[in-house]
Write a protein that binds this ligand. Structure first.
Ligand SMILES: Nc1nc2c(ncn2[C@@H]2O[C@H](COP(=O)(O)OP(=O)(O)OP(=O)(O)O)[C@@H](O)[C@H]2O)c(=O)[nH]1
Ligand SMILES: [Mg+2]
Ligand SMILES: [Zn+2]
Length: 360
């Protein structure tokens, strides 16, 4: 991102946040917004541009749930080092809104998607992706978070107008008050309607399956190809998970928009409730396994492996079941677990501590 100096108010900061900050902290710390969560670091902007950041060990290890970690959109109190080229995040400023989803599994756990969002933009493309049940799930997620939802129907170039109108009527029959905007990334007049939705200093978050055109939309709103996109697979119109991180982008009119990775994560969310119904008979068998944490692969007394051997379930179905289970287990692994494994972070904290000591 280009580092054009701006006021933090232009990044969405306001009195609501200021009232929740202890002013004495600002003597040697700065207010910054998290503009990206990367694999092993954060990106923050204090108004003077994006720099790389890490969280203090205290913040990381005092976290009780994934919701206690910094997320894209968060306002944080950070200390800047090395001529403001890197920052250490000390604490998270209370959040106005939290966009989260339930992870799969028996325990009720949440995964953070983004915070301090004003409007969630649910994107479904007007080809095979359009699906009312999926839309409903996204709406539940957004409504739980007290965020305004808007539905964007992308790829309107792929469907005749009367068909599009039918779908909008269908949506309104279920959700009468929701704003629905069909658009195409290939049609400037329609793109203008999306542009006009976006109010300066407000933060928007794009949500939707992989390949529906979220990143292409951002590139169009920026009038430049800044972010990577990729064509969908010919045979089923599915995306290829091109966006891998949640990133906050400043638009020219001072609105902010967060790009999120599609499908693989949200897809998981869409199928979790489906795992049980789709693999009903296998799920039932698993109750009879000897061990309650059976992985159904090589354990003694595994009733699923037994059923496989007896030909009660097919090899193909078994493999699909394992694959889906593995995917949801991965997403269930908390952010904390992932972070704890991150040795690089520990080393970084040590080096900063050393630097602090030598300055005394
Ligand atoms: N026909 C048509 N194709 C589009 C439109 N918008 C995007 N595409 C194409 O759809 C493909 C996927 O677009 P992306 O913007 O990468 O999709 P995404 O939602 O960001 O996908 P992930 O990053 O994987 O979540 C690209 O080949 C785009 O050119 C549109 O309005 N009409
Ligand atoms: Mg993308
Ligand atoms: Zn088993």
């Amino acid at each position: 991102m280009k580092n054009v100096p701006m006021k933090i108010e232009q990044l969405g900061f306001d009195k609501w946040f200021l009232d929740r900050i202890d002013p004495t902290k600002l003597i040697d710390h700065q207010i910054a917004r998290i503009t990206a969560v990367n694999k092993d670091s954060y990106t923050v902007n204090n108004g003077k541009g994006d720099v790389s950041a890490e969280a203090t060990g205290k913040l990381m290890f005092s976290a009780n749930s994934p919701l206690d970690f910094p997320a894209t959109g968060d306002w944080v109190i950070a200390r800047y080092y090395d001529k403001n080229s890197l920052a250490i995040i000390n604490e998270i400023v209370p959040r106005k809104s939290v966009l989260k989803r339930k992870t799969s599994g028996k325990k009720i756990e949440f995964q953070l998607i983004a915070t301090n969002i004003d409007t969630g933009l649910i994107v479904q493309s007007l080809d095979t992706n359009y699906n009312l049940r999926r839309l409903e799930r996204y709406l539940v997620m957004i409504n739980e978070s007290d965020i305004q939802p808007v539905v964007l129907l992308s790829k309107s170039d792929l469907l005749p107008i009367n068909e599009i109108d039918k779908k909008i009527t269908e949506i309104h029959a279920l959700f009468p008050d929701i704003r629905v905007v069909p658009f195409s990334n290939k049609d400037n007049a329609r793109l203008k309607l999306v542009k006009e939705l976006l109010v300066p200093r407000k933060t928007y978050c794009l949500l939707g399956s992989s390949g529906v055109g979220k990143t292409t939309l951002i590139n169009n709103l920026l009038d430049e190809v800044r972010l990577k996109t990729h064509s969908v697979r010919e045979k089923d119109g599915k995306g290829r998970h091109i966006t891998t991180r949640r990133q906050l982008i400043n638009l020219k009119n001072e609105a902010m928009i967060i790009d999120t990775p599609g499908m693989r994560e949200i897809g998981n969310f869409a199928v979790t409730t489906g795992i049980h119904s789709t693999f009903d008979e296998i799920e039932k068998l698993s109750n009879q396994c000897r061990f309650s944490d059976c992985s159904h692969t090589q354990e003694q007394g595994c009733s699923i492996v037994a059923a496989l051997k007896n030909g009660i379930i097919s090899q193909e179905r078994y493999q699909n079941f394992l694959k889906l289970n593995k995917e949801s287990a991965f997403y269930e692994m908390s952010y904390l677990e992932k972070k704890r494994k991150d040795k690089k972070f520990g080393k970084f904290v040590k080096s900063v501590m050393k630097e602090k000591k030598s300055k005394r």
